[in-house]
Design a protein. Structure first.
Lengths: 225, 282, 165
């Protein structure tokens, strides 16, 4: 069927043609049996589609869904295996966001993670073994420390970044890189002067900004998802 | 969760008019949720709210829950850009959340909350709890009072005239503050300069921090403050005569006193130049 | 609804059971034959749980859930990085042949739908099954309304051919 109307028959079925076009097509239909048949069959398809019934799946999906929404883990099915292997970061997004907020608030209230009574530098838990950064125990039992929160947030982000548009991802990544450069410079400076109170506080403040930004990104992801 | 009451605004919107007006009686807060498109809020002394959009009334949903009136961009899954203009009573608190949206609010006399991802936030007037947040686009504020909290990730923060505590943070962008009357200022930039020109109250605390950028602080000649300066690879210069009194914690950290040393000023720049200027920049 | 929003999994289960068939059937139709409708349905409800706090009641819950489901299901195609060749006529000829040569699809209209080419299938399901307008579909899929109409016609033409045999 090669006439000029064949690709537009669906529009006719849906009553989307301009009046003049519709009249012209109807004149054509009066003379074209293949087109009339096509219109009838396309209409039939449309009605069949509308009449389709909904069915439930063969197996009950609730147990798996319940598993995923309660308690610790809220991750897509495909990445559950990867998350099990790194149980340390198994915090749900709302929990991480809450922890991030708690850290930010604690940091703003004062230098939460400096313990001035420590004389000797202690290995940092953030990147393992770097001297100079004094990292005390968490302020309260059960509160995750900075390294866990940062790593957890970064993992959540890398798993879910597909949900954000590319412009947002680019801005977040550029700014995370800016903060990371500042953190690296602060750490390098601390290596030359480990007891420097300003440098310790500055590193802590810059890490806090990183948590804040990651937290913001996590909230954008959960809003976009 | 209170029951949701749909006001007759829904009927008004259903008529297809691009302008909708409904009462603000009994309301104390207006919330706007949008995905794409700019939001402009202005005020008047009538106790009604007028909403107009450039895309027809069916794009916006209106609902009311207790004292909160909520406008939501419908079909936000359809990525449609919708510019919204609201005129409301100045007494209402306003809360605008957008994604690809610039937000421009003027004349409000109550709390303001505005958040966007891509777009600038501009505020003129506002009193109370003010929180403004833009990821990309910057934040500009003028003539506010109360507790001001400003966050930008990629963009500058500018404040011209504020009375009350001020917190600001940006990763990439400068923070400029002038005509500030505050007893508590805490401002941090990673990649950007910080400029402060305002009062220094006797019981005040002023913390200006940057990693890469310079810090410039304008102080009146007769100021009374204890000033702590810290830098790693930056420098320091001052219009005021400075005698180093104490070296704290090693490195290039020092403290000095101006006048009676009443206010506390902390100036920190890891790599930038810290400057103390006498007088105002106005 | 208020209970579910407050975090009560039991209340959410009731919502799940009430809307399961609708969501599952939408997933079956919208996804291609090698995508897992069971897993997709789970993902939709998990996402609905996560976003429950943002449901403001400005529409019926079913409507809100349906839109969330459409978004989520369409997103699966994007994340699977399948390339949809909108304009290639050869694909349809192969598909039409394939449909005709698989006798089990001839009589089962519902089972044939997942075997439509991606773009045609999505437009067909959204327009003819779910009742969206071309303008809305165009924005959802990031195409022009003209493309949406062409894809609809393509889908109907393929399905029509095997219905009449």
């Amino acid at each position: 069927m090669g006439d000029r109307w064949s690709s537009r028959l669906s529009e006719y079925v849906d009553d989307e043609l301009e009046t003049s076009e519709r009249l012209e097509l109807e004149r054509h239909l009066a003379e074209c049996e293949p087109c009339r048949r096509a219109v009838a069959e396309l209409t039939d398809v449309m009605h069949r589609a509308r009449a389709l019934e909904d069915h439930a799946p063969a197996r009950d999906l609730w147990p798996d869904i319940h598993d995923r929404i309660r308690g610790d883990m809220v991750v897509p099915l495909a990445s559950r295996r990867a998350v099990r292997e790194t149980r340390r970061f198994a915090l749900s997004m709302p929990q991480l966001a809450a922890a991030g907020v708690a850290l930010v608030m604690a940091g703003a209230a004062g230098m939460w993670w400096l313990s001035p009574e420590r004389a000797a530098p202690v290995s940092s838990t953030i990147d393992g073994g770097e001297p100079g950064f004094v990292a005390p125990a968490a302020a309260t039992v059960g509160e995750p420390d900075v390294s866990t929160v940062i790593a957890g947030l970064q993992q959540v982000l890398s798993e879910h970044r597909g949900q954000l548009d590319s412009a947002t991802v680019r801005v977040l990544e550029e700014n995370l890189a800016t903060i990371d450069r500042a953190i690296d410079e602060a750490r390098a400076a601390l290596r030359t002067d480990p007891a420097n109170r300003y440098l310790n506080a500055h590193l802590a403040a810059t890490l806090r900004m990183k948590v804040h930004l990651l937290n913001r990104a996590a909230m954008l992801v959960s809003a976009a998802g | 969760m209170s029951a949701l009451l749909t006001v007759s605004a829904m009927t008004l919107l259903a008529t297809g008019a691009a302008d909708t007006t409904f009462t603000a009686a009994g309301a104390s807060r207006m919330v706007v949720n949008t995905q794409r498109g700019n939001v402009e809020v202005r005020t008047w002394d009538r106790d009604v709210i007028s909403v107009s959009t450039d895309a027809g009334a069916e794009a916006l949903g209106v609902s009311r829950s207790g004292q909160t009136i909520r406008l939501t961009q419908r079909h936000d899954f359809f990525s449609k850009s919708l510019n919204i203009r609201i005129t409301m009573p100045a007494r209402l608190a306003i809360d605008v959340e957008g994604v690809f949206s610039s937000i421009d609010i003027a004349g409000v006399r109550s709390d303001v909350n505005a958040e966007t991802v891509h777009g600038a936030v501009t505020l003129s007037g506002g009193s109370g709890a003010i929180n403004l947040h833009s990821v990309q686009g910057g934040v500009r504020v003028a003539g506010t009072s109360g507790n001001l909290r400003l966050y930008s990730t990629n963009g500058t923060i500018e404040v011209d005239g504020h009375d009350g505590p001020l917190t600001a943070e940006t990763v990439n962008g400068a923070i400029t503050m002038k005509r500030i009357a505050s007893r508590s200022v805490e401002v941090t930039a990673v990649n950007g300069a910080v400029h402060y020109d305002g009062t220094v109250a006797m019981d005040g605390r002023y913390v200006l921090r940057s990693h890469n950028g310079g810090i410039v602080l304008y102080l009146p000649r007769a100021v009374s403050a204890t000033v702590s300066v810290a830098t790693f690879s930056g420098g320091f210069e001052s219009d005021f005569p400075v005698t180093l009194r104490e070296v704290l914690g090693g490195g290039r950290n020092f403290q000095f006193t101006l006048g009676d040393g009443a206010a506390r000023i902390e100036l920190e720049s890891f790599a930038g130049q810290i400057r103390l200027r006498q007088g105002s920049n106005d | 609804m208020a209970l579910a929003a407050a975090g009560d999994a039991q209340a959410f289960e009731r919502l799940y059971r009430a809307h399961l068939s609708r969501v599952y059937s939408l997933a079956r139709r919208l996804l291609g034959p090698d995508d897992d409708a069971d897993e997709a349905t789970q993902d939709v409800f998990v996402r609905a749980w996560e976003k429950l706090g943002s449901f403001r009641g400005e529409s019926a819950f079913g409507t809100w859930l349906h839109r969330l489901a459409v978004n989520a299901l369409l997103g699966r195609r994007a994340s699977r990085k399948r390339r949809q060749r909108w304009e290639e006529p050869g694909v349809d000829a192969e598909l039409a042949r394939g449909v005709v040569e698989r006798p089990e699809l001839r009589l089962d209209f519902a089972r044939a739908i997942p075997h439509l080419p991606d773009g045609a299938r999505e437009v067909f399901v959204l327009h003819d099954v779910e009742g969206y307008k071309h303008r809305e579909i165009a924005e959802l899929l990031g195409v022009t309304p003209g493309t949406s109409k062409a894809q609809l016609h393509r889908a109907r033409s393929i399905l029509r051919r095997h219905l009449t045999r």
